[in-house]
Design a protein around this ligand. Structure first.
Ligand SMILES: Nc1ncnc2c1ncn2[C@@H]1O[C@H](COP(=O)(O)OP(=O)(O)O)[C@@H](O)[C@H]1O
Ligand SMILES: [Mg+2]
Length: 321
């Protein structure tokens, strides 16, 4: 399709140098194809880790559609560089991105905004020496006294369920910490919330219908997230209206409290007694063919094309404002 003169040229940013690179490539390619089909001039820009080089390339385009997942693309680093260079981009700005990628910081925001979240303790496993002494670390032993197994061990700043273990007993804890620590020195140990897996997309400040995920594995892990047939999805989730509204409202309030813009997706666990717990907010949720945000949009009649174009328009509008 010829590029129409009144359509801006969009650089689709994808790739990255972390564990979510492959997912980002899938999301990014899909966004690229969609924008081309809509008549936008598009160019893929694969991020390989050099931010200065990246900014120089991106200067030439009207808008950057950021489809990086995790790492500098999602933690606010690239957002800071783009803002400094005066380059427009989709998704949340630096501060919101940084807070959302930091699960501990996000949970502190949830607590102050009265959004329920699983109790947790953060460990700094900086040095080998300290790491080996984790059993002596008072906040962790206090946590383990107050909570029975299973507990969840996860890296503080990773996505796609990478480095996460559901720990069934004390003897598995050391190994789980070792796995999580591969992804950074900060590790969370969190109360395990039995129940259902649900997620809410916020689009331009408003909640979309809740998606329930029924993974074949015990957690919604990497395989269940990205393999056909490894999860079933229900949208809108079958939930009582009061619970639906309360969860959507919590998601919206977290989006606001973190200062997000354009779109985000908020993950929850829902217990059988109706109590829900917020896990995290994703500022750059996936846009693959299995992804949850496009699924939620579709449930209110917003197809993938319309979703991508809306995000582009929201981002361009922020330039005018
Ligand atoms: N506290 C918890 N209780 C039960 N399951 C959890 C808990 N934390 C994480 N999980 C499981 O692991 C998945 C990924 O955890 P999450 O905190 O959302 O990190 P990620 O950034 O990797 O998506 C969740 O979707 C859920 O299935
Ligand atoms: Mg998640």
């Amino acid at each position: 399709m010829p590029v129409s003169a009144n359509h801006p040229t969009v650089a689709v940013l994808l790739g990255g140098i972390n564990s979510e690179r492959e997912v980002s490539m899938q999301s990014g390619r899909r966004v690229m194809d969609t924008l081309s089909g809509l008549g936008y001039g598009t160019v893929p820009v694969v991020y390989e880790g050099d931010i200065l080089a990246l900014v120089e390339i991106l200067r030439d385009y009207d808008l950057v559609f950021n489809m990086l997942h995790g790492g500098e693309g999602e933690d606010g680093t690239i957002q800071t560089a783009l803002d400094q260079a005066g380059i427009s981009y989709t998704g949340s700005q630096s501060r919101a991105s940084r807070l959302a990628m930091d699960k501990h910081a996000s949970k502190e925001v949830m607590v102050s905004a009265n959004i329920p979240t699983a109790t947790w303790v953060r460990l700094e496993l900086e040095e080998e020496r300290e790491f080996l002494k984790y059993q002596d670390y008072q906040p962790l032993s206090d946590f383990l006294t107050e909570h029975s197994f299973p507990v969840v061990v996860k890296p503080n700043g990773e996505g796609s369920t990478v480095g996460l273990t559901i720990v069934e007993n004390a003897s598995e804890l050391g190994e789980a910490l070792l796995v999580a620590r591969e992804f950074g020195s900060q590790v969370l140990v969190e109360a395990y919330i039995p129940g259902r897996e649900i997620t809410v997309t916020i689009l331009n400040g408003r909640p979309l219908p809740i998606v329930e995920i029924v993974p074949k594995h015990k957690s919604y892990d990497y395989e269940c997230k990205y393999t056909d047939g490894m999860s079933a999805y229900h949208v809108p989730a079958e939930l009582p209206l009061d619970i639906t509204v309360a969860i959507q409202d919590a998601a919206r309030r977290l989006y606001e409290a973190l200062g997000c813009r354009h779109y985000s997706r908020v993950d929850f666990r829902l217990r059988s007694d109706g109590e829900f717990f917020c896990l995290e907010l994703n500022t750059l949720p996936g846009m693959t063919s299995h992804s949850l945000t496009p699924m939620a949009a579709k449930a209110v009649g917003i197809g993938f094309d319309a979703l991508i174009e809306l995000i582009v328009k929201l981002a361009l509008q922020d330039v005018v404002d």
